[in-house]
Design a protein around this ligand. Structure first.
Ligand code: F0G
Length: 374
């Protein structure tokens, strides 16, 4: 028999260090705007699972294969980390001492974490009104030590203020208007291609400020141009019905949706989203809050995947299109689940029934299990 530490020693020597995930900058350095001089600030983001969604496949039928890109598995629980590792590394390289963003919650969580890691000051503007920022996201910005400023106005107004201040002071803007954010986020498309060995036929995602759809399309195009994949997907974006400026064709002054992450009335990357849609022959459509919640529960109860409501807009969207017979037989569809369900515990609790309370008694527990039907 080996002593425990001897066994561990043997195991340690067999670990192949070259196969450890190194974060998106090191994994995709040749595609990113970094040099040897760039100080890489990473939490080993990226490398997230691509999970086949068998229940969703069945609902759509026609032998389609739906894959969930589960971005909730990133270090701060959303896709923002892919862009933030690049934006914060470049901010540090440029010599600024502070970064700033407006946010519906996830950008601020990510900016706060990456800033904490490298000693940058992080200032975030959030909408003040009750329920605007999901609890998990707010707690992240605060716990990482950001200066959190609650603004009496929505995301669009907050972003306007951030743009104005960062254009005047040596503070780096880390919203997705920052091209380094888009560069980092395009690595999500690379990963999907690396796993499938080609681009999916369709790529579905929620659209808020529209940076991510811009980034994914850039990533797919780039991988195709350099010959890593033989094809490009059709891009499908989904906005919440009460916050759908791109679908309506004009800004929405008071956007409304329970998917707070995408409660945005005037997306900064509007043009990028339209280009992704038109160049790929895709579409940007609406989903209702009820459709979002149905998809959210379906993912949780039948796929075992817990995402936040805004993320479920991608699956709500393909279910809606699938019901119309939109997808050709055998199509592969990648759906980005942009953030983790734990980000918004209030929404989770509100959408399920209460736990059943019983006395600390074996029979009372059995009564609940069998419901007197034994
Ligand atoms: N899904 C989640 C979970 C998000 O947090 C966001 C954006 C989106 C989708 C939409 O992505 O803006 O690139 O179109 N959240 C931003 C934030 C606005 O401040 O966290 P987008």
């Amino acid at each position: 028999m080996f002593a425990r530490n001897e066994v561990l020693g043997v195991l340690d020597r067999t670990v192949d260090l070259s196969r450890r995930w190194r974060g998106v900058i090191e994994e995709y350095r040749e595609f990113l705007p970094v040099t040897e001089a760039t100080p890489v600030v990473t939490l080993l983001e990226g490398g997230t699972p691509l999970i086949e969604a068998r229940s969703v496949n069945k609902r759509i039928g026609r032998d389609v294969r739906v894959y969930l890109k589960y971005e909730g598995m990133n270090p701060t629980g959303s896709f923002k980390d892919r862009g933030m590792t690049v934006a914060i590394s470049k901010a540090l390289e440029s010599g600024v001492k502070a970064v700033m963003c407006a946010s519906t919650g996830n950008t601020s969580a990510s900016a706060a974490a990456y800033s904490a890691r490298c000693g940058l000051r992080c200032i975030v503007l959030l909408e003040k009104s009750a329920g605007a920022i999901a609890l998990g996201k707010l707690s992240q910005a605060l716990v990482h030590g950001a200066t959190v400023i609650a603004v009496e106005g929505g995301f669009d107004k907050a972003l306007e203020i951030v743009r104005s201040i960062t254009s005047e002071y040596p503070i780096a803007l880390v919203n997705s208007l920052n091209p380094h954010r888009i560069q980092g986020q395009k690595t999500g498309a690379f990963e999907i291609c690396d796993v499938l060995g080609r681009a999916p036929d369709f790529h579905a995602m929620p659209v808020g400020n529209a940076g991510n759809i811009t980034a994914y399309w850039a990533g797919y195009k780039e991988y195709h141009e350099v010959g890593r994949v033989p094809n490009r997907p059709v891009m499908l974006g989904f906005q919440a019905e009460g916050a759908a400026p791109i679908v309506r064709g004009h800004p929405v002054e008071h956007p409304q949706t329970l998917a707070t992450a995408i409660k945005i009335g005037n997306p900064a990357s509007w043009k990028g989203a339209v280009a992704a849609r038109d160049e790929s022959g895709g579409l940007i459509d609406t989903v209702t809050d009820d459709e979002i919640l149905d998809a959210y529960k379906l993912l949780a109860c039948e796929e075992g995947v817990f995402c936040e409501p805004a993320s479920a807009a991608s699956v709500a969207g393909i279910l809606k299109l699938g019901a119309r017979g939109y997808f050709p037989p055998g199509a592969t569809i990648a759906c980005v689940l942009t953030g983790h369900g734990l980000k918004d515990p209030d929404r989770a609790i509100a959408s399920v029934s209460e736990p059943i309370t019983v006395p600390a008694d074996r029979d009372a527990v059995l009564e609940v299990i069998w419901g007197g039907s034994r």
